[in-house]
Design a protein around this ligand. Structure first.
Ligand code: OSB
Ligand code: MG
Length: 375
């Protein structure tokens, strides 16, 4: 049983080691909303909201998520008794549209609380079966094809199992070809973050010869119909990211033939309940899934690592170690990758599996709000 009596919201600013550029914008310093959830039993868990600084990935941002959590999400859970964390999602969806990242931050935190309370690792609580997970890297748009090829070669040498390359019109075929020439047999893929239209189908078909694992979200964020048309014209598998906001959208992808692979980001689909449901649905149909990333701190990463330990996460995730993003992460220990390019699921620790660097977080905090259950 879970009954939260307090959620502390904090916003921290954490500079990335290098700017990350995608087709719709660049981020150099993350603004990150962290949640500290306290249960009436005394169990505590931290979680992270993956909303970005600007509404270029989805309509949510740090500021909309802060408002949504404070005004709409927290009042639905504080002081409310839930038999199990799987019940939280339905309570947050009833007569409450959208704001999936805000909902997910609270819903996932309640899974974290449940794991802490039960004294089990989060991965075990959700049915994880892997002890180590394969790590991939997502490379932002680079200044030249050569700069990209150099980065890709370095990443591959470090042990990353998959190299994802951000593309946009004008920085696509030539860039990917340079990476493929430098790495003839590496697992390479592209992510367009909605930068193309169906009129670009001919250009995108030129990628077929590069033997990419997949191309992620080439068309608009909410468009399944045109992705289906595009998939009919490509040999390369389409992977959907932005478009899959619920289990129903995953089912629609299959019905329409809009893609063959799903990038599951729990923040995008409202949390763990739906993430696991999409995972189970895809597993039954033999559709591979992998865990995407949103430049999370070590707290959000803990949830992604637990999720990626489920059996149908058969492709490497965007789950790089702490040092790929930060001078220093806000958890102990930092997330690391071993020399086989694997990350270890912290099955020897209860709850989310990392200690929180509270002092560092305090030093980085720019605003804070304490939300309590009505007396
Ligand atoms: O589309 O997967 C994406 C980061 C921010 C917004 C969107 C995306 C990404 C990434 C980062 O690709 C992956 C990571 O966290 O390493
Ligand atoms: Mg993506």
């Amino acid at each position: 049983m879970i009954r939260l009596d307090q959620i502390t919201l904090r916003e921290i600013h954490l500079p990335l080691r290098e700017p990350f550029r995608i087709s719709s914008g660049t981020v150099s310093e993350r603004r990150i909303v962290l949640l500290e959830l306290r249960d009436a039993s005394g169990a505590v868990a931290w979680s992270e909201c993956v909303a970005g600084e600007w509404p270029n990935y989805s309509s949510e941002t740090v500021d909309t998520a802060w408002l949504a959590i404070e005004a709409y999400v927290a009042p639905r859970v504080l002081g409310v008794r839930f038999d199990k964390p799987a019940d939280v999602h339905a309570a947050l969806e009833r007569d409450f549209r959208g704001h999936e990242m805000a909902k997910a931050a609270v819903e996932m935190g309640m899974w974290g609380v449940a794991a802490a309370q039960a004294g089990v690792p989060l991965a075990q609580l959700i049915g994880g079966t892997r002890e180590r997970i394969a790590v991939g890297i997502s490379l932002g748009i680079q200044a030249s094809p050569q700069a990209l090829a150099d980065k890709a070669v370095a990443a591959s040498a470090e042990g990353y199992h998959k190299v994802k390359i951000k593309i946009e019109p004008g920085r696509d075929v030539e860039y990917l070809r340079a990476a493929r020439l430098a790495l003839p047999s590496a697992e390479l893929m592209a992510d367009a973050n909605n930068a193309y239209t169906l009129a670009d189908a001919g250009l995108l078909a030129e990628l077929d010869e590069l033997n990419l694992m997949m191309i992620e979200q080439p068309l608009a964020h909410d468009d399944l119909v045109r992705h289906a048309e595009l998939q009919r014209r490509l040999r390369t598998a389409i992977c959907l990211d932005e478009s899959i906001t619920s289990l129903e959208r995953a089912q629609d992808m299959v019905t329409l033939g809009a893609g063959r692979i799903i990038n599951i980001k729990p923040g995008r689909v409202g949390g763990f309940n739906v993430s696991v449901a999409i995972h189970n649905y895809c597993k039954r149909l033999g559709i591979p899934v992998w865990c995407g990333g949103m430049l999370e701190s070590g707290i959000g990463r803990a949830y992604n690592v637990a999720l990626a330990s489920l059996p149908n996460f058969t492709l490497p995730g965007d789950l790089s170690p702490s040092r790929r993003y930060w001078e220093q992460d806000i958890v102990f220990p930092q997330w690391t990758m071993d020399d086989e390019g694997m990350m270890t699921v912290p099955l020897d620790r209860t709850g989310i599996g990392v200690e929180i660097d509270v002092d560092r977080i305090s030093a980085l905090t720019v605003r804070r709000a304490v939300l309590r259950s009505p007396a």
